[in-house]
Design a binder for this molecule. Structure first.
Ligand code: GLV
Ligand code: MN
Ligand code: MN
Length: 416
């Protein structure tokens, strides 16, 4: 970890250590021994929310679970004359995840509210902390379900989406103890929300390279995701000459390298994170292949055009190789800009705490903040993470950076 440019914040060091200890503890709520994997509406997810609820109560917050499974805690104001402030991040993870993605923001928010309560800070608004239940889309391939519930953009058709074992979201919700008829009650869209704040690890190397513990986010990249089904002809690996094959995997391979080259040329990012040979065997020419595409850009117009162009290129590869390729869009989120007043406020708070000029940076990763921006002024603070590694068990942060982040968050809440 970087040791230069340390910023010590005495007051919050003990609290930061408790945050780190709790992150370790929450990492044990996992479906995989020795790894962190916690998907939406699973038993380990329920247990993790139970633990988060217990910490919220210990902090003196009023707690509840909403109708899509998000866990909430409220620091009550005795005279709430202004809209509620919501601070959140997510409690679900990718497969074999790091410990900090999402979890850090939730546990830091609980700690900050606990500190405000201990110090009898009176605010003219309630402050809610929320652990969003599904940001990653690990189980159902559809993401931001928790914050969609809160933003009032939940689509009832999603109840029929099935996981890999054929269990639908609706069935999983019932098993989790949720009432699917009450889902609209999770919405806070009609409420007065003064601000939505999210603290998150950067998941990239910029802050580390600047020697800074925290940075203020300017906006979040838009994203689109597709599942592509390539169908050729399965056949005998020993008897069909190469030039007479319709090998679905070779076609998919050409498509995947084309996606990479095209994204590089356009200055966007594109990733194929999943690729399956259906019924693959060592002596069978692949007949069916399915792969995913995740494409992102801060520039929404460039993202739209790139997707159109790229899908056309995949079709010409399919034609050339005499296979078919069908692309289904499974997710899209538009690029969003963080609220400018909140960015300025975070900037003065971080400059005050770190005694260094603020670093403003965009987020390439998606966050619940994208959805919350549809119902409230939204802003985010990033914390430096080691070598920018994320979505990986090697994800790491410094306790002293958590201390800085906590002080910034507490100052931000009281400055709102
Ligand atoms: C969420 O982690 C994302 O894929 O950006
Ligand atoms: Mn993530
Ligand atoms: Mn995240």
């Amino acid at each position: 970890m970087p040791v230069s440019n340390k910023v010590h914040v005495q007051k919050d060091e003990v609290n930061a250590q408790r945050v780190m200890d709790r992150i370790e503890q929450l990492a044990t709520f996992s479906s995989m021994e020795g790894m962190v994997t916690r998907a939406y509406l699973t038993d380990e997810h329920k247990a993790a929310h139970h633990q988060l609820g217990a910490w919220m109560e210990e902090a003196g917050l009023q707690t509840w679970q909403d109708e899509v499974g998000n866990q909430w805690g409220r620091l009550l104001s005795s005279n709430p004359t202004e809209g509620t402030v919501i601070i959140g991040s997510h409690s679900d993870t990718v497969v074999n995840a790091g410990k900090y993605d999402g979890t850090l923001g939730v546990i830091m928010a609980i700690e900050a509210l606990s500190n405000l309560k201990l110090n009898n800070i009176e605010l003219p608004f309630h402050v809610d902390v929320v652990a969003f239940a599904d940001e990653e889309g690990t189980r159902f391939n559809t993401t931001l379900l928790g914050s969609c519930g809160v933003a009032g953009t939940w689509n009832p058709d999603w109840l029929d989406i099935k996981d890999a074992s054929g269990i639908s979201i609706g069935q999983a919700m019932k098993a989790f103890g949720l009432d699917i008829n009450a889902i609209p009650e999770a919405s806070r869209a009609g409420d007065k929300t003064k601000a939505y704040l999210e603290v998150h690890i950067e998941q990239g190397p910029v802050l580390e390279s600047c020697g800074l513990p925290v940075g203020v986010v300017t906006g979040i990249a838009g994203a689109k995701r597709f599942i592509v089904d390539v169908s050729g002809m399965a056949g005998h690996a020993g008897t069909v000459p190469l030039e007479l094959r319709n090998d679905a995997l070779c076609a998919a391979a050409e498509m995947i390298t084309t996606i990479e080259a095209y994204a590089k040329a356009q200055g966007i990012v594109a990733t194929v994170g999943k690729c399956d040979i259906k019924g693959g065997a060592v002596n069978v020419i692949p007949g069916k292949v399915q792969f995913s595409i995740d494409i992102r850009s801060q520039n929404q117009e460039l993202l739209e055009n790139s997707c159109t162009q790229l899908l056309m290129r995949l079709q010409s590869i399919a034609q050339k190789r005499q296979v078919t390729a069908e692309a289904e869009k499974i997710y899209e989120a538009s690029a969003v800009t963080c609220d400018s007043k909140l960015q300025s406020l975070w900037s003065s708070v971080t400059e005050d705490v770190t005694r260094k000029p603020v670093h403003l940076l965009p987020s390439g990763a998606g966050h619940d903040a994208m959805m919350m921006a549809t119902i409230a002024p939204m802003s985010m603070l990033f914390l430096r993470c080691e070598k920018g590694i994320s979505h990986n068990p090697l994800e790491d942060v410094l306790t002293e950076d958590v201390a800085v982040g906590l002080t910034c968050l507490e100052k931000m809440i009281t400055a709102l």
